[in-house]
Write a protein that binds this ligand. Structure first.
Ligand SMILES: [Zn+2]
Length: 376
């Protein structure tokens, strides 16, 4: 009997303990349910599922709103100023590129066109061997090799009090076109661009090795201003420059004025061939030799030496940034701007059907001769 009573008491004890546990659990659940939803850790994750592109969020909103790390594949960026390799999302990288490559005050549609061009340019470069000077990196931040790039610190230093506004503009242009790239017959384009064409963009083969069907010269009527610049070089400086680079030309102080002659120009007005004494060089070589903004120039002589009258800024191939801004101000959308400067291209979302596997595409050696420097 005693033994049995003892057993019943033990069962009762267990039952009471179990009941207490259940009550405790219910109490915890009740307390959690009463708490505000934003205190829940799950609410933070839900925020990123909101629409990516919204009107004018504040800077702090943007950071909370858009989880850059989850947008696209990460890419390896070599920061040439800090001398280190950084990994970031493609879209985050494009924000830094647009911030560095185009004035943030440019029209919003122009910024969007730039975002698509820069994204395409990046993925095209990656598919063709990545950064040429840093084998471990997909891209670098040196504009002489890949595209220019601004870190947040650099944006703050450059923009000062306008940092929040400018960052928002650029980030929204990138987010508003997230994933969009230019393709031609299903393949990524080499989306070259430049600061200002001077009124006419250039056929790719007149500046680089290959005639690409989507890089055809077009009139660029809305550029304002045309970025005209006169560069005067004294006779001594000219002789020194020419003799150092082209000693076989035979140019000296006595024959200088009769030795420099524009032999031919392209339909765009850019110099095709320049004669330096017994040597002929291309307009591109002349631009580099004399430090000119563009190969669209004429020459007159002053008392001191030669005056190069240049129009435009950059190589002149593909999108003109200044022209894009002009078009945007005249009401053209970023799609219209891109279709205007890149002939017969499609605007496709990266990763959509029909696009090649970007990171594993076999490089085409015949196309890699194109310069990767937008300012060329
Ligand atoms: Zn590079």
């Amino acid at each position: 009997m005693r033994k049995r009573t003892y057993r019943i008491n033990r069962i009762k004890l267990f039952a009471m303990l179990a009941l207490l546990l259940v009550l405790l659990l219910m109490l915890i659940l009740l307390v959690r349910a009463v708490l505000k939803p934003e205190d829940e850790p799950g609410a933070v994750a839900r925020v990123t599922e909101e629409p990516i592109y919204t009107p004018a969020p504040t800077l702090i909103d943007l950071y909370a709103y858009f989880d850059w790390t989850e947008t696209t594949d990460n890419i390896r960026v070599y920061d040439h100023r800090a001398d280190k390799l950084v990994t970031m999302s493609l879209e985050e990288y494009i924000v830094g590129v647009v911030a560095a490559e185009m004035p943030a005050y440019y029209d919003f549609e122009a910024l969007k066109a730039q975002a698509v061009a820069s994204r395409t340019y990046t993925l095209y470069s990656m598919a063709h061997g990545g950064c040429h000077t840093n084998p471990d990196a997909d891209v670098c931040t040196n504009s002489k090799c890949c595209q220019a790039f601004s870190t947040h610190e650099r944006m703050q230093n450059t923009w000062g009090n306008d940092y929040a506004n400018n960052y928002n503009r650029v980030a929204q242009a990138v987010m508003g076109t997230a994933g969009e790239v230019l393709t031609y017959k299903g393949k990524l384009c080499d989306a070259l661009y430049h600061a200002c064409s001077g009124g006419q963009t250039e056929d790719s083969e007149n500046v680089y090795a290959n005639a690409l069907p989507y890089l055809r010269g077009v009139e660029s009527p809305y550029e304002d201003p045309m970025r005209q610049e006169d560069v005067e070089l004294g006779e001594d400086a000219l002789v020194e420059l020419i003799a150092a680079k082209y000693p076989e030309s035979g140019v000296n102080a006595d024959n200088l004025r009769s030795s420099i002659e524009i032999v031919s120009t392209y339909a765009s007005g850019r110099v095709e061939t320049l004669r330096l004494g017994k040597t002929k060089i291309t307009g591109k070589q002349a631009r580099s030799l004399f430090g000119l903004r563009s190969a669209m120039f004429t020459i007159t002589w002053s008392e001191n030496g030669a005056v190069f009258h240049t129009k435009g800024y950059g190589h002149g191939v593909g999108l003109s940034q200044n022209g894009a801004n002009g078009m945007a101000k005249h009401g053209f959308t970023y799609e219209e701007i891109l279709h205007y400067y890149y002939t017969n291209v499609q605007i496709t979302v990266y990763g959509a059907d029909g696009l090649p596997d970007i990171t594993h595409e076999t490089p085409d050696p015949s196309e890699s001769a194109l310069s990767l420097n937008p300012e060329g």
